[in-house]
Design a binder for this molecule. Structure first.
Ligand code: RNT
Ligand code: ZN
Length: 424
């Protein structure tokens, strides 16, 4: 098998080099080195491990489906993520939400969380040799029930969330220190209204003020280690009409305060894609966090696949040569299929997208463009689509020592039979 892959690859390598001037070896090495952060919340449908007092409810976010085998605690989530990582080529990170704290069976309110409650994650990441990223959790909580958190009109509620975000940055800092490198911290809030608000200004003024309080807290936090991003959204369930942290609001906020901007592929109008926005934002913003997801109608969180939207995002990064200014994280949650399978499908798709972009004949395309040869430019773009990409992808998997092609499916099935099926 590896013989066949090597032979096919050698032919592909020649085709890429001779006809397109592309070095497949360099592309494979570069593609394996781009970190992709795997979100812990695919393993358990965004449930988390908080010990919840009576009456504590959900809200703000929703996974649909009830496929058996959901992870029920930290060890199971980590076990599933580690299994997925065995089947995924290239550099991984793990992205943890605050509600995935482990508090030893005791209820700990979100504004009292500390790094101690994430020691299980920190130790595990060290063992695997991967970095951790972090997120405050501003949903699935009684004080998020009416749809407002950091922009809440009641200062008691708003201050609670400010305190939560402040302690979360300290946790991110501790993660960064433990791993000897930055922890990318994403601040997403669900705030918004189902129907037409009479005041769109007030919540936005309060949100700006809350963020200012959060980001100006420098006690024990430095921006090289805890690297903050804010994530916008178009609408959510229960915030169909108005989202406080809209694209414009958060882009302006982030830029004016020197905070990173996060774009989730699923957070725009259904006919809108994000690749065209990257060059606009990066004229002004220093860096972007990209949440790789797949929007379908009202849902922004289907499993990422190797489609045009995804290819275009990475092609844009390649053509602008901004690999060092984007961070890549996954954000989808599908509870209707084998969840380890969901991780592997989505992460392999993202890695494919990265490799696909790194194999782009960018130099030639841009030269045609400079010479006004636009038929040639479009022709080469079209021809590049039918290059033997699969052969290079298979070689990447081989080099990374992960299953090639559909071989991982049977490993997923075996894991389901051995591990997942025992979970009630
Ligand atoms: C929600 C945002 C956000 C969340 C995670 C769980 O619409 O995309 O990134 O998915 O924080
Ligand atoms: Zn997201």
């Amino acid at each position: 098998m590896s013989n066949r892959i090597e032979k096919t690859y050698e032919a592909a390598k020649e085709t890429y080099a001779e006809l397109f001037g592309v070095d497949t070896e360099a592309a494979i090495t570069a593609a394996l080195g781009v970190a992709i952060s795997l979100h812990c919340w695919q393993a358990d449908d965004v449930a988390g491990f908080e010990v919840k007092p009576e009456g504590l409810s959900g809200g703000g976010i929703m996974a649909t489906g009830n496929y058996p085998g959901r992870a029920r605690n930290g060890d199971e989530v980590r076990q599933d993520m580690a299994k997925a990582m065995e089947l995924i080529p290239g550099k991984s990170r793990a992205n943890v939400h605050a509600c995935y704290c482990e508090t030893g069976g005791k209820f700990v309110e979100r504004d009292k969380l500390t790094a101690e409650h994430f020691q299980g994650w920190i130790d595990w990441a060290k063992e695997l040799g991967i970095g951790l990223d972090f997120n405050p959790t501003a949903f699935a909580h009684p004080l998020a029930e009416d749809g407002f958190t950091l922009s809440h009109a009641d200062d008691k509620v708003r201050n609670f969330w400010i305190r939560h975000f402040i302690v979360c940055r300290k946790i991110a800092q501790a993660m960064a220190e433990a791993q000897g490198g930055p922890c990318f911290m994403n601040h997403w809030i669900p705030d918004g209204a189902k129907d037409i608000p009479a005041d769109r200004f007030g919540p936005r003024a309060r949100l700006a003020d809350s963020y200012d309080q959060i980001f100006s807290d420098t006690t024990g936090v430095d921006r090289e280690k805890c690297v903050d991003f804010v994530e916008s959204k178009l609408f959510g369930i229960g915030s169909e009409e108005y989202v406080v942290g809209s694209g414009e609001f958060l882009s302006n906020y982030a830029l004016s305060r020197d905070i990173g901007l996060c774009m989730d592929m699923g957070h725009y109008h259904p006919t809108e894609t994000i690749h065209g926005k990257i060059s606009s934002h990066l004229q002004f913003h220093k860096q972007l966090l990209l949440h790789v997801s797949r929007p379908i109608r009202w849902d922004s969180d289907h499993i990422a696949i190797f489609n045009d939207d995804l290819k275009n995002v990475f092609l844009e990064v390649q053509r602008g040569n901004v690999w060092n200014r984007v961070k890549i994280a996954l954000d989808f949650f599908d509870a209707s299929v084998n969840r380890v399978g969901a991780y592997v499908i989505g992460t392999r798709a993202a890695r494919k997208g990265i490799l696909y972009a790194l194999l782009d004949p960018t130099a030639q395309l841009q030269q045609y463009e400079a010479e006004g040869k636009n038929a040639q430019r479009l022709a080469l773009m079209e021809e590049a689509k039918s290059l033997p990409f699969a052969a290079v992808w298979d070689m990447l998997c081989l080099k990374a020592d992960v299953p090639v092609g559909p071989a991982w499916i049977s490993e997923m099935e075996a894991y389901e039979a051995d591990v997942l099926s025992a979970r009630q």
